[in-house]
Design a protein around this ligand. Structure first.
Ligand SMILES: [Zn+2]
Length: 426
């Protein structure tokens, strides 16, 4: 493949932070390879960042804006699940899921995201659902790690079908360039002991990652107390569901001893400040003391730079003005998570790294240095500056427009699919 050369821009590395004026050659497989240059892209006045990563989201909820409101007000997190999200996911069929996933993949790419870790549920359409998501992400041209969240909330057959979909998909994506599979659970409080044990076994047997919600609201800890007589994360540890190939979403309700257990296990946690605020579940303050925390969007707009700002402000609000969170580290840990899940050094704009790059047309109004990079990410740059996105050396977004898909058509088809989906929800 012929290479693309990005000239005149400022290359930003996140881990460790580095800011440097230099050119980048993307040859498809690696950055700064030896391939002849086919196209030169002028990046004067631009920042070149390692492609951004969403550590946890739900492509199935991309059509949620404007959906029917719950028949009566929601009073608890469980009622938000029952009256909002579980009404939406059960109404999804193949066509509406594809429309939703195309919007999610498109919005992620337009926000500068090159890799999405997705957690999926569509109880009326399980078998083959991950193929539908894969189609959408690969059409747009970005990376994804896909899993089905197995759950017993539609009986043990539903849980089995979910785990089978994970296992089928893990085989289907073997050797794929842009896509990976994982083993998924919804959340411990909606899973039987048998389902939890089977998920741990499947992950151990296949070497796959585990991806599930844990302690998002109070329900997981309440169920752990009732069912097992111990705190949730200690029980998960005993079940083999806390390993260095585990990604937990949320971890809001976590005590200091549980935090230590999660850290010692090497498990990753995805933090979604905006979703937690929206659901009123409280602040996940324990996560500030854990080493492996990446940011996710939890189905809200796939804009990780917006999420970064919210996480920053929420931490400052909670911890007080003497605490200065590290936005550069927060983005860098997203790359570390994606690299671990992909088995490739994503996030490094250096020789031998996969050529995933986000170009921001952000010409800083004050000097940009390693020391000021974090402040520029919070108070200056945003996803409105995303100009170009390259994944594995291929252009995915150019001049703010998707390269491989028709944006207007995706949005028009989504509106039609949403109308039918909302009618099924009512
Ligand atoms: Zn989630």
């Amino acid at each position: 493949m012929r290479a693309i050369k990005l000239t005149g821009g400022t290359v930003v590395e996140l881990d460790p932070p580095r800011v440097e004026r230099r050119d980048l050659v993307l040859d498809g497989a690696v950055i700064e390879g030896e391939a002849p240059v086919a196209e030169v892209v002028d990046c004067t006045g631009c920042l070149l960042l390692p492609g951004l990563v969403v550590g946890h989201t739900h492509a199935y909820s991309a059509l949620a804006a404007g959906m029917p409101v719950p028949p009566e007000p929601t009073r608890t997190f469980k009622e938000i699940l029952e009256k909002v999200w579980w009404r939406l996911d059960v109404a999804l069929d193949e066509a509406s899921l594809l429309a939703s996933a195309r919007v999610a993949a498109l919005d992620a790419a337009l926000s500068g995201v090159t890799c999405v870790v997705d957690h999926h549920e569509s109880p009326s359409f399980i078998d083959g659902s991950l193929d539908v998501l894969r189609t959408a992400f690969e059409e747009v041209g970005i990376r994804s790690v896909l899993t089905y969240g197995a759950t017993d909330r539609h009986g043990p057959e539903g849980a089995q079908a979910g785990l089978q979909e994970c296992e089928r998909f893990l085989e289907a994506v073997e050797g794929a360039a842009l896509t990976r599979g994982a083993v998924g659970l919804h959340a411990p409080f909606t899973c039987s002991d048998d389902t939890l044990a089977q998920a741990a076994d499947l992950a151990a047997r296949t070497g796959a990652w585990l991806h599930y919600h844990a302690a998002e609201g109070p329900d997981d800890q309440a169920a752990a107390r009732e069912r097992w007589g111990e705190r949730l994360f200690h029980h998960l540890e005993g079940l083999g569901l806390l390993t260095e190939r585990t990604l937990l979403a949320h971890g809001v309700d976590m005590d200091p001893g549980e935090g230590e257990a999660v850290a010692a296990s090497g498990a990753w946690v995805a933090h979604q400040a905006r979703s937690n605020m929206n659901n009123g579940v409280g602040y996940a303050g324990r996560l500030a003391y854990l080493p492996k925390v990446a940011l996710g969007t939890d189905g809200i707009d796939d804009d990780i730079l917006a999420e970064l700002k919210s996480a920053f402000f929420r931490r400052r609000e909670s911890a007080g003005p003497t605490v200065w969170p590290d936005p550069v580290g927060a983005l860098a840990r997203g790359h570390q998570l994606a690299a671990a899940m992909f088995g490739a050094p994503l996030g490094q704009l250096s020789r031998g790294a996969p050529a995933d790059v986000t170009v921001l047309a952000y010409d800083p109004p004050t000097p940009l240095t390693e020391g000021s990079l974090g402040a520029h990410l919070i108070f200056g740059a945003s996803s409105r500056h995303v100009r170009d996105v390259f994944v594995a050396g291929r252009p995915v977004v150019r001049d703010g427009r998707p390269v491989g898909v028709d944006e207007a058509r995706i949005r028009a088809e989504a509106r039609a699919a949403a109308k039918a989906l909302f009618a099924r929800m009512d």
